[in-house]
Design a protein around this ligand. Structure first.
Ligand SMILES: NC(=O)c1ccc[n+]([C@@H]2O[C@H](COP(=O)([O-])OP(=O)(O)OC[C@H]3O[C@@H](n4cnc5c(N)ncnc54)[C@H](OP(=O)(O)O)[C@@H]3O)[C@@H](O)[C@H]2O)c1
Length: 415
């Protein structure tokens, strides 16, 4: 097999762009060189000669000597413009921008087909973990039942630092930013939106379902209450931000991003710092666990490097499952889960939204909580979900097919 030489037009020279530059310098086996670099800030000091940089995207896009565009900027709208133009011009593209992908996947898939030009994005989901190509190729025929994982390194770093090092939320976030793990806009991380964007990408390659990010129930870690963290500690659970997608036995798929309590024996409970972990469950291979760094300059750069290498062999995503699973739809109405809800002010009719209430606790001093079983669609539509002072955390156990049970209260305690 002959390998193509690649000449790269690189957009972005921040955390990941600089990581890639170093990674490429140390990988002489790959026939790739960076031609020029597109950036934004004219006043920033650069570690490379100024003539390498440009502020005009067309200088890279229209350069006939550049055959691959690597897009590593932190502006999803500009990234979309760059990627779209590059594909239309017949230049292969590698990107790490999950926000841009999640917002434009249907169009970008169609554009790859119509232009015959590849777009690869292994770094966009779980950074250094080789998940997309595995989902696309290895699980081509083995039927996947579920993927669940910690897929945002920044929030996992924050939760680890709060639990292990007793840092406050603000201190832990500042440290994640300092280390280059957080998105430029940290709201994307802490509100669970980055994990949601990655879940959109994973759903496409794991199950062949392309959906808009807004269709996935997403709860971040920005509203965790002291009562919820105390509950976790007292029960011996780890608290993690988990993204999950699961086929239902009766058909359909459920998917959500939720702060989740995990027993210490669970693989994901032991995923610390900026590491990511992804568990796949499939018909024949059974349960598999991927673990690796989910953020940072070199781990993310290494995933981009792997895509560049794949391009030299003519690799492209075929999106085979899009054809195989054309009937697959999201069914939040057919799924349920167990949750802990903590709240500061009384919520009228809260228990009525649950199919089963397991426990209720009331305390003027510490706040109130309720644990119980609730439908996924019911939770997504609950008016109290976005009320200030309300925190929702999933109790151990997967998203599962709903079993309707009359509302009943197992135990009520008041202090
Ligand atoms: N950091 C990680 O661990 C990680 C992991 C996985 C994926 N990603 C993704 O990788 C991408 C880059 O992240 P990062 O952490 O490297 O960001 P970053 O450190 O903030 O760097 C952003 C770079 O983008 C450039 N830029 C911004 N707007 C631009 C525009 N309109 N035109 C040209 N250049 C522009 C900036 O230029 P200046 O230098 O002029 O400011 C800077 O070089 C993002 O999509 C992110 O989601 C990051």
């Amino acid at each position: 097999m002959t390998r193509t030489n690649i000449s790269i037009g690189l957009f972005g020279f921040g955390c990941v762009g600089q990581g890639l530059y170093t990674v490429l310098e140390r990988s002489p086996g790959l026939r790739a060189r960076i031609g020029r670099i597109g950036v934004k800030d004219r006043n920033k000091a650069r570690s490379l000669p100024t003539e390498l940089f440009t502020f005009d995207r067309h200088e890279l896009l229209n350069d006939p000597t550049i055959n691959v565009i690597v897009e590593l900027i932190d502006d999803a709208d500009e990234a979309y413009t760059i990627v779209k133009e590059a594909l239309q011009l017949g230049k292969a593209v590698v990107t790490a921008n999950k926000k841009m992908l999640a917002e434009h996947l249907p169009e970008l898939i169609a554009l790859q087909r119509s232009t015959g030009t590849p777009l690869l994005y292994e770094a966009a989901a779980c950074a250094s973990l080789p998940v997309i190509r595995n989902l696309e190729e290895y699980y081509d025929t083995d039927l996947l039942e579920s993927v669940e994982g910690i897929i945002n390194g920044s929030t996992n770093y924050i939760l680890t630092a709060m639990d292990r090092d007793a840092l406050s939320f603000a201190e832990a976030l500042a440290k994640a930013q300092e280390l280059g793990f957080a998105e430029s806009n940290p709201a994307l991380d802490v509100q669970g939106l980055d994990a949601r964007n990655k879940l959109v990408v994973l759903l496409t390659h794991a199950f062949g379902l392309v959906t808009a990010p807004e269709n996935l129930l997403t709860i971040g870690i920005d509203r965790l209450s002291p009562l919820a963290t105390t509950y976790a500690r007292e029960h011996g659970y780890a608290l993690k931000l988990v993204a999950e997608a699961r086929r239902l036995p009766e058909g359909g798929l459920v998917a959500a991003v939720l702060p989740t309590l995990l027993p210490p024996t669970h693989e994901l409970a032991r995923v610390q710092d900026e590491y990511n972990g992804l568990i796949t469950q499939s018909g024949f291979a059974d349960r598999q666990f991927f673990l690796g760094r989910g953020a940072g300059a070199f781990p993310t750069g290494s995933a981009v490097l792997s895509d560049l290498s794949a391009l030299t062999y003519g690799y492209r995503y075929e999106y085979k499952k899009l054809h195989q699973n054309q009937e697959l739809i999201l069914r939040p109405d057919a799924a349920e889960l167990d949750v802990l809800v903590t709240y500061t002010d009384e919520i009228e009719g809260l228990a009525d939204d649950f199919t089963q209430v397991h426990e209720q606790f009331r305390s003027r001093a510490h706040g109130h909580y309720l644990t119980g079983t609730i439908g996924l669609a019911q939770l997504a539509q609950a008016t109290w979900l976005h009320t200030p002072g309300v925190c929702v955390v999933r109790l151990p156990g997967p998203l599962r097919a709903a079993v309707a049970v009359g509302a009943e209260v197992a135990a009520v305690a008041a202090y």
